[in-house]
Design a protein around this ligand. Structure first.
Ligand code: NAD
Ligand code: MG
Length: 382
């Protein structure tokens, strides 16, 4: 499929990250002011010069007009569906509303769904695209740092259910991902830090040079340096593209895509306990979870304490949450462990953890005793 777009028309050349899968390939194009050029950038990959943009009301106010102007420049006909901002939109009710709106617009098999927004919009619009008419073409235009470095690459889409997060979904790879780093200018600092945690995570899993780069440039990423941000996004996307290219559907029993869950077992437990109400963002939970995963690895004798200290120092220096006490809530160790056991990473009834042998050396471990987890949680003040 001709899913590679040409970005030669831009004044400042964008950074390109190819995502190469068994039966599909696409580019992540990273640069400034891409929304304004979306028409020219996307025209070569769209099966029809017709798109439906799904976005949330916050992003619609801030960035939709520039995207619509850019699409018009490429003579692409665009309609829009706006959902409320926040995790509450990843529901069956909102999915029904979006798919009804698509069908009401009379979309055809060649009409492309464009997700403009953070991971919530990407997951919801992607799932609507995956399922409407058994699959509409899809483009991601992520506008949060988290969605630019993580959720827009890899093809996972879905919504939440009363039984848990992301339990209804589909793999649906995009035709293209456009990362316009200019959109980050309006993103609240707390959301930027949350997204940064997933960049640090990539380095800690399998790219020690990326973690070193973070130690040198992390502050500039948070402060908003456009070129440094683009470089951070490029490196994190390249890392994720490599992992996903190797294990597109998370079928490998160990390592593979499952490694992307470093820090997430502890992190998900903290998030689930607070009920996703905004007190703790996903990336903040991951930041704490990264340090706890290193702590567990040290306790189990896999990892040297100096690496744990380096990770803790980096997170603390940038004002990232690193300890459970940083959340400012009380947690019970028993309840957190119960959440971990319910987590879908349980395989054959045993807790599956991502641990490390050092910075950039993650591996899947299925023999983490409950007692180790409990000790760590108690030492964290739970
Ligand atoms: P989000 O989409 O809720 O965005 C966070 C907030 O920022 C929202 O209020 C949004 O309106 C606002 N916003 C977005 N862009 C903005 C901008 N440029 N300026 C100002 N405000 C802006 O949250 P998120 O952190 O982007 O994504 C979280 C979601 O992503 C979760 O539902 C998670 O499950 C999902 N996720 C999916 C994958 C995947 O592989 N599919 C991976 C990681 C996370
Ligand atoms: Mg994550």
């Amino acid at each position: 499929a001709a899913t590679v777009i040409s970005a030669l028309t831009l004044a400042k050349p964008p950074r390109l990250v190819p995502v190469i899968l068994e039966r599909w390939r696409y580019d992540v194009t990273i640069g400034e002011d891409l929304l304004r050029h979306a028409g020219i950038l996307l025209a070569p990959v769209l099966p029809q010069k017709r798109v439906v943009v799904v976005t949330d009301s916050t992003v619609a106010t801030l960035h939709l007009p520039r995207l619509l102007a850019g699409l018009a420049e490429g003579a692409i006909r665009a309609e829009t569906i706006v959902v409320p901002p926040g995790e509450g939109s990843k529901t069956m009710a909102e999915y029904e509303r979006v798919t009804n709106a698509l069908l009401d617009m009379g979309v055809e098999r060649g009409t492309t769904v464009i997700a403009l927004g953070g991971g919530v919009v990407g997951d919801l619009a992607g799932f609507a695209a995956a399922t409407t008419l058994r699959g509409l073409p899809f483009v991601q235009i992520p506008t949060t740092l988290l969605s630019q470095v993580d959720s827009s690459v890899g093809g996972k889409t879905g919504i939440n259910t009363p039984f848990g997060k992301n339990l209804l979904g589909a793999f649906h790879q995009p035709l293209a991902v456009l990362v316009d780093t200019t959109t980050l200018a309006s993103l609240p600092a707390r959301e930027v830090r949350a997204g940064y945690a997933e960049i640090v995570k990539s380095g800690l899993i399998g790219d020690a040079a990326l973690f070193e780069w973070c130690e040198a440039n992390g502050q500039a990423v948070l402060d908003g340096d456009a070129d440094i941000r683009a470089e951070a996004v490029r490196q994190a996307c390249a890392f994720k593209a490599h992992v996903v290219g190797d294990d597109e559907r998370e079928e490998k029993k160990s390592d593979g895509r499952a490694l992307l869950n470093l820090g997430h077992t502890f992190g998900h437990a903290l998030e689930a306990e607070l009920g996703y109400d905004g007190r703790l963002l996903h990336g903040e939970a991951v930041s704490i979870g990264l340090r706890l995963a290193f702590l567990a690895s040290v306790r189990m004798g896999f990892c040297d304490r100096t690496d744990l200290n380096r990770v803790t120092a980096h997170l603390e220096r940038l004002g990232m949450p690193a300890r459970i006490s940083d959340v400012g809530e009380t947690f019970s160790a028993d309840r957190l462990i119960a959440h971990m056991q319910r987590d879908k990473k349980m395989r054959d009834g045993r807790l599956s953890f991502v641990l490390v042998r050092g910075i950039g050396q993650a591996f899947t471990c299925r023999d983490v005793p409950d007692a180790v987890v409990r000790d760590i949680l108690l030492a964290e003040g739970c």
